[in-house]
Design a protein around this ligand. Structure first.
Ligand SMILES: Cc1cc2nc3c(=O)[nH]c(=O)nc-3n(C[C@H](O)[C@H](O)[C@H](O)COP(=O)(O)OP(=O)(O)OC[C@H]3O[C@@H](n4cnc5c(N)ncnc54)[C@H](O)[C@@H]3O)c2cc1C
Length: 529
């Protein structure tokens, strides 16, 4: 019996397999293609996804194939700036808001680490033929993609990470909600010749109604700098005419010459915004593009999928260990779907700025931006539902990731204190305000229970984490909080205005996880079984 079977082996499935395997679970992956897909799609990884990737041991791999983002600038036809997103700024998670990445190289890094996991069984060259939810497990039927053999797997949970045309979603009969955005864009990937630098915006959207154009970094492949251009299909223009190779070079002509770079690929994508109605039915779940697709103007499709995997992996971990009930999975759709809808709102907002082919409409847009009357850019979403202590300070916000000193070590919180639930109190040991039964329950959850202070103070009880760059104390101060409880996916479960309020938060958390006789983690025992 597997703990989790995953259909599809794209980037979201790769990170989900890693997340689950590193927690000691037995995973089987099923992918119809025997060889990896080698062409890039995603080029951006945001700070939150980068923190997750570091947490699962692929931070060095990410660094090898990515570059920190420059400013993300939006220009009108006259090259006047309409909008600027500072993707180079220091983010809440530490490091830049965004990194640009070469997706196939990143996936190769993921797959190399997955191969080191004894708990992951790869079924490459197999596809899903059907599945039946038997109540206490799922029976998954596979067939060879280029052959006639069949195979049946039994698993406690099945996850469809099988892309936008998800068979799993289709077989569950789950429909998709359409935010109403649709546009065809020609996507062109180039690898610059060694030593070539181009006189173009580092990262920009040229909102020229004559030909809306994107030009962004494309990460690094084998030490060579990659670049991405995207050109909107104009009204009346045929797909064939747009993607004819001679025409592609004509479109590129303003920006790059054939002697400066190699054309890696060019193809037309239809950008749409579609979200599955629900992301779970019984023991079967969907994640990544199977659950949502969005226009790429925010660079968020894969990042959203990595968030799905991270959200799902810690919940499945709790359930598979018997530390939470199956109903914890109800919070998956409740948390992820509104978050993705918020990201889609931002992507569609950006899409509506650039996808204008009518000069009068473009002039109206430019006037609105100049006059400051354009609709404001939607804020990036946080968690608004699910497993959060509603009404408490910071509930649902992404927690900061700063540099700390603790027990003789200095570094990022995740490396020095660790991953998982954290109970953090300003200038005091949380043990001073929590009951013994609560401390036992937190130990069972593997939670880190620590005080944090600006500097060690002689009269304090317990060993304080020192907030070396001040990120934690300024976060607590900004929200009028004395302490907080954070979740394994870095979101704040809840905050307490007074130290004594932590006890109520811990009760709320343990009740929300369900009374399942919280036990000590049993990774070794579980992995050996
Ligand atoms: C032009 C463009 C630009 C983008 N830019 C960004 C960006 O900058 N940042 C970002 O975060 N995202 C971006 N995205 C989105 C990102 O590429 C996708 O969200 C991401 O690749 C989806 O990953 P996935 O693992 O969910 O699905 P996929 O990569 O589609 O993987 C699904 C896998 O499932 C397999 N499969 C399907 N059905 C079956 C079956 N029945 N049996 C077995 N196997 C099956 C498929 O063969 C495939 O390998 C962009 C997308 C496009 C098109």
């Amino acid at each position: 019996m597997h703990d989790v079977v995953q259909i599809g082996y794209g980037p979201v499935s790769q990170v989900l397999a890693l997340m689950l395997a590193r927690q000691g679970h037995r995973v089987a992956v099923v992918e119809r293609w025997s060889e990896p897909y080698t062409l890039p799609r995603a080029v951006c990884i945001d700070h939150e996804a980068a923190r997750m990737l570091r947490a699962i041991g692929v931070g060095d791999g990410l660094a090898r194939v990515s570059q920190p983002a420059p400013l993300y600038q939006w220009f009108n036809a006259q090259w006047e700036e309409l909008l600027c997103l500072d993707w180079s700024a220091d983010s809440v998670s530490g490091g830049p808001e965004v990194n640009f990445v070469h997706q196939p190289s990143l996936e190769a890094e993921f797959r190399a680490v997955v191969r080191e996991q004894p708990g992951v069984e790869l079924n490459l060259g197999w596809e899903l033929a059907g599945f039946t939810d038997r109540g206490d497990h799922v029976e998954v039927r596979l067939q060879q993609f280029a052959g006639t053999e069949t195979r049946t797997l039994r698993t406690r949970y099945l996850v469809g990470v099988d892309g936008a045309n998800s068979t799993v979603r289709g077989r569950l009969g789950i429909g998709r909600e359409d935010a109403g955005f649709q546009a065809d864009w020609l996507v062109v990937d180039m690898k610059l010749n060694p030593g070539v630098t181009l006189d173009i915006p580092d990262c920009g959207q040229y909102c020229n109604p004559e030909r809306p154009t994107t030009m962004v970094p494309g990460g690094v492949q084998d030490g060579r700098v990659c670049r991405r251009w995207e050109f909107m299909r104009l009204p009346g223009e045929t797909r064939d005419a747009l993607q004819d190779e001679a025409h592609v070079w004509k479109l590129l002509g303003k920006w790059v010459r054939p002697d400066q770079a190699e054309l890696v690929r060019h193809t037309i994508y239809t950008f749409r915004s579609l979200v599955a109605e629900t992301w779970r039915k019984g023991r079967v779940l969907i994640a990544g593009d199977a659950a949502h697709t969005m226009p790429p103007f925010m660079g968020q499709g894969m990042c959203a999928g990595i968030r799905d995997a991270w959200n799902l992996s810690w919940k499945l971990d709790r359930i598979l260990r018997g530390q939470a009930g199956d109903e914890l999975l109800d919070s998956y759709t409740a948390e992820r779907k509104p978050h993705v809808n918020g990201v889609i709102d931002a992507a569609v907002y950006l899409g509506r700025i650039i996808c204008i082919a009518d000069p009068a409409e473009a002039a109206e847009r430019d006037r609105a931006f100049k006059a400051g009357t354009a609709a404001p850019f939607p804020p990036f979403p946080h968690l608004t539902a699910g497993l959060v202590a509603q009404g408490t300070p910071m509930a649902g916000l992404l927690s900061p990731h700063g540099t700390v000193r603790w027990r003789g070590r200095e570094g990022r919180w995740d490396d020095v204190v660790g991953l998982g639930f954290c109970v953090v109190l300003r200038d005091a040991d949380p043990a001073t305000v929590l009951r013994p039964d609560q401390l036992r329950a937190l130990k069972g959850l593997g939670a880190h229970v620590v005080g944090i202070s600006a500097a060690p103070q002689g009269d304090m009880v317990g060993d304080m984490v020192v907030d070396a760059d001040g990120k934690y104390l300024s976060f607590l101060t900004a929200h009028g909080a004395a302490g907080m409880v954070t979740r394994p996916d870095f979101y704040v479960f809840g905050g307490a205005s007074e130290a004594q309020g932590l006890a109520g938060l811990v009760d709320e958390l343990t009740q929300a996880l369900g009374d399942h006789g919280v036990r000590l983690p049993m990774v070794a025992e579980h992995a050996a079984a």
